[in-house]
Design a binder for this molecule. Structure first.
Ligand SMILES: [Zn+2]
Length: 312
């Protein structure tokens, strides 16, 4: 089956035509310009979709379904975008109705983290497994849980928010309103924030010269042996290790897959992270739970939305 996949994020919109086995036959991408509000963004989504459908050599008639991954929270049954923090002004927008009316195909909606989890499960690092937990560690920490081949949605579609498990009861305030969530400690901005706090101790560090630094600078300087950067990175690995160890202990999934900007640290993240998880998990055969980098890279948005469209 061939589907149209649409990925709606706070910074970019992507669309693609995806054939069997996750082959991307056509694609396009434009900035979201979210500040312009829902109406103009929706028009951009439609124009992008129409452009992709008009790609020479692609038969638009072959498209049977449309899958959308969108920044959450979403109401899947109602096809609504509820009020995503990174899409200002979107309140209960009937996205599915809008797309079905304009493009005339049955349309399925999923939040972007769940869609990405399903994309990795079908076409990426989860291929061949029957269960998987996916985390994307970047500006925030998004995640999705696949059990017995299906997204685990939970009550009112609230499941899978691994990034919002509490690790420090009195820790920093999280975007969700709680304190000490994994996201408030180990997302990219949280890593940079902890590094800034560490600098306040007055110890020498090359981070100071880096000025307005990011998590990527922390990783880079930690690799070069900067003591403060290394300490902040070790803590980051420990926090992520606590989170992943909890997931493994509760679900014993066949794979844990980690994507997002922070995962670009590669072995510098994955080697000590696996060690930390092994150290924490006692009741699951932890060697049987591979902790793997995401495999789909920048295609995860399109392939995730395609996987959603292809769900039975
Ligand atoms: Zn939180």
């Amino acid at each position: 089956m061939t589907v149209l996949a649409i990925d709606i994020g706070g910074t970019k919109l992507a669309a693609g035509i995806v054939g069997s086995a996750g082959r991307i036959l056509a694609r396009g991408e434009v900035p979201t310009l979210a500040a312009e509000g829902p109406e103009r963004v929706l028009n951009r989504v439609l124009r992008l979709a129409e452009n992709v459908l008009a790609t020479p050599g692609v038969s638009a008639d072959a498209i049977q379904r449309i899958g959308i991954g969108c920044a959450g929270p979403v109401d899947r049954q109602g096809g609504l975008i509820l009020n995503p923090p990174n899409l200002p002004g979107w309140v209960r927008i009937p996205l599915v109705e809008h797309i079905e009316k304009a493009l005339g195909r049955p349309t399925v909606l999923e939040n972007d983290a769940n869609a990405a989890a399903l994309g990795e499960f079908r076409y990426g690092a989860g291929k061949g497994a029957s269960s998987l937990v996916y985390l994307t560690v970047s500006t925030g920490i998004g995640s999705g849980i696949i059990l017995d081949g299906k997204i685990w949605h939970g009550v009112k579609d609230g499941a899978g928010e691994v990034g919002h498990m509490t690790l420090l009861p009195d820790g920093p305030v999280c975007g969700c309103g709680n304190r000490g969530c994994l996201e408030a400690l180990a997302s990219g901005p949280s890593i940079a924030r902890r590094a800034r706090e560490a600098l306040a101790t007055g110890q020498p560090s090359r981070l100071r010269a880096a000025g307005d630094f990011t998590a990527a600078d922390v990783v880079h300087l930690a690799q070069e042996g900067d003591a403060i950067a290394a300490e902040v990175w070790n803590e980051t690995v420990e926090y992520l290790g606590l989170g992943v160890a909890a997931i493994v202990t509760i679900l014993a999934p066949e794979r844990v897959v980690i994507g997002g900007g922070v995962s670009q640290a590669g072995d510098f993240l994955f080697v000590p992270l696996r060690r930390e998880v092994r150290r924490r998990v006692k009741l699951v055969v932890v060697e049987s739970v591979p902790i793997l980098p995401a495999a789909l890279g920048p295609d995860v948005g399109i392939l995730g939305a395609a996987a959603v469209a292809l769900e039975p």
